[in-house]
Design a protein around this ligand. Structure first.
Ligand SMILES: [Mn+2]
Length: 359
């Protein structure tokens, strides 16, 4: 059934933004509003929310989407035009569309009506979703616990016999055994200089050598809520330069975590981490933002980046993951998830961060 409290919060945000009507099509947003998992794939499925509380759902009848309390249901069959059904319920003026909805849907609706104006419409739900309630915080804590175990599993299985992809696949299986059932992504396992590419995944045939960094960036949805964490360890030995880089990243990450509390700007969280790395002389090698929101999607608002104007508020969950990336040499990233609390933040991922050399 429709979560009335969440719907009310969304409508409040719509009013603040001056949006009279939004079309919600993102699967996680529909799940967050209704508790229903629906994935219409290439077909059209959406929920229309108006600022007076009028709500309509449009679904293909193949997906067995049962009626929702207080929602006017519109079912269509293959061969029928769902866009006309939606267009008929819109009032003239701006319509907020979800940012990820395929253009074939949005353009088809626009073609049905020449008195509507497309707007970005995800913000009301994105803002509400960024404030996790207690049940969501519990789900994120549980996912983070599995993530700690997955990192430990990965580190315990480091071996010169395993290429990156094999170890990555073993970790993926570990996640699946612990409740990650859908949408699992490639687990990042990066050896040596590969760790210097922030988005190197895991490649077949890449083998481990003494002195290599081993970077694990592991992420999976557990019961619909994502975890995401990174640890970097070293194989058999660590050079002075690499040790220095590691300690700087660790300090930057801790400084940013210590800075998090309600009311601080997300861009300032980024600045705190960046300052530690810049002051140590490595500023130009910190190639990414400091963090991103996590919830039912692995990358969502708010982000800790120089360009984010949002302010940290109680219940927001995001990553803190500064890094230093020295091309053809080494990469170090340390990532934890935090939830903003009344007086600081709760760190969800707990695997130790002291420099570790694995035999
Ligand atoms: Mn991340």
């Amino acid at each position: 059934m429709m979560n009335k409290e969440r719907l009310k919060r969304v409508i409040t945000e719509m009013k603040k933004l001056g949006l009279k009507q939004i079309l919600v099509s993102d699967d996680p947003s529909i799940f967050w509003l209704t508790g229903r998992i629906v994935n219409p794939m290439e077909r059209c499925g959406a929920i229309l929310i108006k600022d007076d509380g009028d709500v309509h759902a449009f679904m293909n009848n193949l997906f067995c989407f049962a009626p929702l309390d207080g929602v006017t249901m519109h079912y269509y069959a293959d061969g029928e035009n769902p866009y006309k059904l939606i267009a008929d319920e819109l009032v003239p003026g701006p319509v907020g569309f979800d940012k990820n909805w395929a253009s074939k849907h949005t353009i088809s609706i626009l073609k049905e009506r020449n008195d509507i104006i497309p707007e970005f419409g995800s913000e009301p739900i994105d803002i509400c979703k960024s404030h996790k309630d207690e049940s969501e915080r519990e789900a994120l804590r549980h996912a983070a616990k599995i993530n700690d175990m997955a990192v430990e599993f990965g580190i315990n299985h480091i071996s010169p016999e395993l290429d990156e992809l094999t170890l990555s696949n073993m970790i993926e299986e570990f996640f699946e055994k612990h409740g990650a059932v859908q949408d699992i992504q490639l687990q990042y396992v990066c050896y040596g200089k590969n760790a210097a590419e922030p988005h190197h995944g895991a490649v077949a045939g890449e083998m481990l050598h003494e002195g290599d960094a081993v970077l694990f960036d592991l992420w999976a949805p557990i019961n619909n809520y994502w975890c995401d964490m990174t640890r970097t360890v070293f194989y058999k030995s660590v050079s002075e330069e690499h040790r220095k880089v590691y300690e700087i990243v660790k300090q930057a990450q801790q400084a940013a975590i210590d800075f998090v509390k309600p009311g601080v700007k997300m861009s300032d969280i980024d600045a705190v981490a960046r300052k530690v790395i810049s002051d140590a002389g490595y500023g130009e090698y910190f190639l990414t933002r400091t963090g991103h929101g996590v919830g039912m999607t692995v990358h969502e608002p708010p982000e800790a980046s120089p360009s984010c104007d949002l302010v940290a508020e109680v219940g927001m969950c995001f990553s803190i993951e500064p890094g230093i990336y020295l091309k053809d040499n080494v990469g170090v990233r340390i990532e934890d998830l935090v939830i903003v609390t009344e007086d600081g933040c709760e760190v969800l991922t707990k695997y130790p961060k002291d420099l570790q050399v694995v035999e």
